[in-house]
Design a protein around this ligand. Sequence first.
Ligand code: SAM
Length: 382
Amino acid sequence: MYEDAFPRELREYYRRLFGREAEEIMASLRTPVEKYYIRVNTLKTSRDKLMRILRREGLKPKRSPYLKEGIYFEREGPNFPDDYEPGLKRVVANKFASESVYQGAMLYAPGVLKADRSIKPGEEVEIRDPRGLLVGIGIARMGGRGMITATRGVAVEVTIPKFKLPSLSELESFKEGLFYAQSLPSMVVTHVLEPSEEELIIDMAAAPGGKTSHIAQLMQNRGEIIAIDKSKNRLKKMEEELKRLGVKNMKLIRMDARKLPELGLQADKILLDVPCTALGIRPKLWESRTPKDIGATARYQRAFIWAAIKSLRRDGVLVYSTCTLSYEENEANVKYMLEKGLKPEEQSIFVGSHGIGMDDVQRFYPNRQLTQGFFIAKLRKV
Ligand code: SAM
């Protein structure tokens, strides 16, 4: 079933890289993460307090065994088998909306691509993605015609999604900025960086601010972090997030990070959470990228690496991370850094597996750590 979700060249690439494990990896990528993590915003609250608040809000939070600011919720589902045919009238949602419904969200009218015209409000319907995969079952809140033309509002109230993750953004505790939804490996990245107040820290690809706000948290809102991103929209979202979380020690700069050396800075530490092919993100109803994208993206990333090395003081530390599974964007780019004179550094927290032919880096596999696919390397400029 998951086979159709990956282009043939990518399936072959995975089989060459991961051998027999490739099948398990692809099957896991198809489903949402088993443990859905949030990060306690320790600038505003403690884990124990937030756990109590979340329980009052009707949720079942659990403590992360790895990180003291980590809380997770267990995924529910699958709620029906892959070959289930409910035989109801159909609503087809776009890919983005389908992925949301697949994890338990409502279906909003802007996400509807097609619907049976005879659907009446109150009728039970099935929701499918554009390729025909059943992502959930629900009760129509609009007629079939209305849900295609409406530009807002709930089109289908989803009663049986394929999987269910908690929906958190309407909670009071979210609005008060007591937590940030963030995957476990993303949180590990900031601990690997080990930021401290006296240091000049640059985050070269920062928006929407997940890792930067975590750095601020570990620095207790002291010291200065320079956060760069080239996307105006993502920086706007980041500003809102930083306000919600109460982060203050941040300077945001909109620029192409490949031109960082032009600022003439010599940072103590640089976080390069580089743009990547995002092959590790779960769930994927289907993947459209191919090995060609991997090669092009890995070359693009080298320009960021070069800029990072130029802007790092001698003995400074570079943490490089991606949310992708390819070799070229991960270990091969670390090899490039080693050729440029960086040295691998031990990572203070190691939750993942070792890299492919490389021990000092950590890889997170969707089928082993049950997280997003992820990669973290730490290097020193000597
Ligand atoms: N670190 C972020 C977090 O934890 O929330 C996620 C960063 S995301 C993986 C990569 C970011 O790189 C995107 O926000 C994108 O806008 C940015 N980006 C892409 N090309 C860029 C460039 N040339 N210069 C600066 N930022 C860039």
